[in-house]
Each structure stands twice: as C-alpha cells, then as structure tokens.
Design a protein around this ligand. Structure first.
Ligand code: DX5
Ligand code: ZN
Length: 220
C-alpha cells in the first residue's frame, strides 16, 4: 500500500498561498478545506480563491468540501481541474450520482463521514468511489485532538475494500501527528491529512518526510 501525506493548508497563512504551498512541494497533494458556516461552524473560501490556489500549487489538489448541498457544489471543483474532490455523505442526497459526475469530469470521487456517521451504508457502494475519508475529529477546525474512537471505522472500511477486491484509498483527517499517524496506519489508512502538524513545524518538508516514515512503519 502506498502512503500519501496531504498537508492541510487550513493551517497556513491565507495571505500568501504561493509561498505556503511551496513549503509542501514534496507532499503528495495539498488538502484544501472548504467550509460554508452551515455544514460546519466555520468559513473559509470558495471557487474564485481555489482557482488561484490551483494556479500556483506545485502539487495536485485534494479538495475537502465541508459544505451543505454537496451535490450541487462538488462538480464545480472538478470542473476547475481539482484532482480529487471529497464531499460529505451527510450533505449529499444522491452520493452515487455526485460521485459519477465527479468521475465524468475527470476528478477522483471521494466521500467523507463525520465521527458519528457509520460507514456501513457505503459498503455496497464502494465501487462508485476512489476514496473514503474517515474524519478523526469533528470537522470545522484545525488543531483538534485525534479521536481514537474513529479507528474501528477505518478498520471496517479497509476490510470491506479488501473483501471486495477494490483499490480505494482510506483517508484520515484531523489530529494526525507523529503521535497518532502510526495508529491510523495500523488501522488501514493510507492517505493522511495533517494541518497543524506540518505548518506548525519549524521545517514542514522534514515533518512531511517524518510522517511518511512513521506511516510506512505501521502500514498494514
Ligand atoms: C478539519 C479539517 C482538517 C484540518 C486538520 O475540519 O478538515 O483538514 O485542517 O487540521 P489538523 O491536522 O490540525 O487537525
Ligand atoms: Zn479536511
């Protein structure tokens, strides 16, 4: 299983995206959190800003949409060329239709679940997705404590993916650090989002390398 480290730019300086993105040029993808002050109690930015981020990013974009009415808004990010688009199951009335639309537009289709949302409704739908994101904090803010109670879901979804002989990635997001990444990798995650752990480090590039090593040591 190959490991991806996707730093979240939620923890970077929004006044200088080009410089902040250059710091994570060795990462796999830049994780971009879109929040609407409705689905989550926080607000970031939308398509016009993402277009500029896309233009200056040295690496592909991993969009995480924490927004209501996902079916209507998610395709916009695929249309602008974002490589992966994650929408929340809780915010979608038609997840299969939206996933198919994202793929038709050339993006990877990824679905996210909050800590209290079960993964079982996704099990028969796995073939429709390229990735499942298991949130390991309540979405909305960076710098929160990792929720170990979410790890059994990581395990169950990884088992279901293997049992179905599929190749989806399992992403974890929230509280990922040197202390927690090993536990998430052991449970079956292979894509790791880290915001404060990367941008809060003195040397973000070295921290990405360190996280990658630790995840590799514990990968299942
Ligand atoms: C939280 C966001 C995360 C956030 C993670 O709702 O989805 O991507 O940036 O930040 P850390 O790694 O600091 O928990
Ligand atoms: Zn995120």
């Amino acid at each position: 299983m190959s490991i991806s480290i996707n730093p979240s730019i939620l923890s970077c300086d929004f006044a200088q995206f080009d410089r902040e993105l250059a710091k994570i040029a060795d990462a796999d993808m830049a994780h971009v959190d879109i929040m609407d002050n409705h689905f989550v109690p926080n607000l970031t930015f939308g398509p016009p800003v993402v277009e500029r981020i896309k233009a200056v990013s040295p690496i592909p974009l991993d969009m995480h949409l924490m927004i209501s009415e996902a079916d209507r808004h998610a395709p916009v990010y695929a249309e602008m060329g974002c490589e992966s688009v994650t929408f929340h199951l809780e915010a979608s009335a038609a997840p299969v239709r939206t996933a198919r639309e994202l793929r038709r537009l050339g993006a990877k289709a990824s679905v996210a679940v909050k800590p209290a949302t079960p993964v079982e409704p996704l099990i028969d739908l796995l073939g429709e997705f390229d990735q499942v994101l298991i949130m390991t904090v309540e979405p909305g803010f960076g710098g929160q404590k990792f929720l170990d109670v979410c790890l059994p879901k990581v395990r169950r979804i990884r088992e279901a993916i293997s049992a179905a002989n599929l190749e989806l990635t399992v992403q974890v997001d929230g509280g990922i650090s040197e202390d927690t990444i090993g536990r998430a990798a052991e449970a079956g995650a292979d894509v790791f989002v880290a915001g404060s752990a990367v941008y809060g480090a003195d040397n973000p590039a070295a921290q990405i390398t360190r996280l990658r090593e630790l995840a590799g040591e514990h990968a299942c």
